[in-house]
Design a protein around this ligand. Structure first.
Ligand SMILES: Nc1ncnc2c1ncn2[C@@H]1O[C@H](COP(=O)(O)OP(=O)(O)O)[C@@H](O)[C@H]1O
Ligand SMILES: [Mg+2]
Length: 316
């Protein structure tokens, strides 16, 4: 099996990467639990991945009963979407074809369409060769399927979206055990046909106070594991006035800076982390400022209710 996978690594390298579980590899074991919180979302991802295993073994299930295994992850950058899919694939030992959608966009439309087709063809031949589940993951899908894509004209965007959808349809009509996952930071810009074609939608919102408390605790526990002393209280750090609007990635970045300060002999305290959070800046504020600068739309000041992170499941 690993021989086959090795052979595909190169074919995939011009649009993304192939990841697979390899016992001989000593890279850090990726776990879904390294993304803290988002428990409902994780549960749905597990259901999706379990279904894939089921369909891989029970090929005789009627096509009318077979859900198309297409999953769309939406939410702001830094909320763990890419990591969670990589970790789930690793835990389930499903090879993962990670497509960087921006790498599919070429100066000439013909080349873009050829590249899109190639992604699906390579995926089909990999699944056929392995006869076991594979995840095809389009990260930052908006690069090909939205107004913000790098394509030159509206017509070109439309053509690449149509081509993407046709290829997706022809793949999901086959009874191959392939799960198609896509992630986007710009769900509002995503072509609505693309949106509809994904059967399951999972929302990764900016973490609420409880989730931030758990994320701070997670990174503080890692300090303990690494024998790095600190004097911090996750309940304080998670307060709205301190870290509302910060994602897991923002918090992790503040801890990276804290490590540098620690190496310089500074004590890791709540005050230090708060200063570093300010330095890093919260994603929510970045997004607001970006919208303001771009004049995209009037951004009203958010009140606490806007940060309610109750997950919304459109169709699951
Ligand atoms: N909820 C979280 N708990 C712990 N770490 C997180 C969390 N969310 C994000 N991170 C950290 O931020 C990094 C970047 O997340 P990433 O998966 O790239 O986000 P996205 O794909 O949504 O932009 C992750 O690898 C992880 O280290
Ligand atoms: Mg990502």
């Amino acid at each position: 099996m690993n021989e086959i996978l090795k052979n595909f690594t190169e074919k995939i390298s011009n649009f993304g990467e192939l990841y697979y579980f390899d016992e001989t590899h000593d890279e850090i074991y990726l776990k879904m639990s390294s993304i803290v919180g988002y428990e409902m979302q994780k549960q749905y991802i597990k259901t999706f991945f379990n279904a894939l295993r089921y369909f891989a073994t029970k090929r005789n299930i009627s096509p009318q009963l077979r859900p198309k295994l297409t999953l769309l992850l939406i939410g702001p950058p830094g909320t763990g979407k890419t990591t969670i899919i990589r970790a789930a694939s690793f835990e389930y030992k499903y090879p993962l074809i990670l497509v960087h959608a921006d790498k599919l966009v070429e100066a000439l439309l013909g080349q873009t369409l050829r590249k899109i087709r190639n992604v699906f063809e390579v995926t089909k031949s990999l699944v056929t060769a392995l006869k076991s589940p594979v995840i095809l993951f389009f990260d930052e899908l908006d690069a090909i399927a939205s107004e913000r894509s790098n394509a030159n004209e509206v017509g070109e965007i439309k053509r690449s979206v149509i081509s993407f959808l046709q290829n997706l349809d022809s793949l999901t009509e086959l009874t191959l055990p392939v799960g198609v996952v896509a992630a986007t930071n710009h769900q509002d810009l995503l072509d609505s046909a693309v949106w509809r074609r994904f059967n399951f939608h999972l929302d990764f919102g900016i973490p609420d106070r409880m989730t931030r408390q758990r994320i701070f605790s997670y990174y503080l526990d890692l300090l303990t594991e690494n024998d790095i002393p600190f004097n911090c209280n996750p309940d304080i750090l998670a307060k709205d006035e301190i870290s509302m609007g910060y994602t897991g990635a923002d918090i992790q970045r503040a801890f990276h800076l804290a490590i540098l300060r620690h190496l310089e002999g500074e004590a890791i305290t709540d005050e230090l982390i708060i200063r570093l959070l300010e330095l890093v800046g919260g994603t929510q504020d970045h997004l607001k400022n970006k919208e303001r600068l771009a004049g995209v739309k009037e951004v009203k000041d958010k009140n606490e209710d806007d940060f309610d992170n109750t997950p919304r499941y459109e169709q699951f």
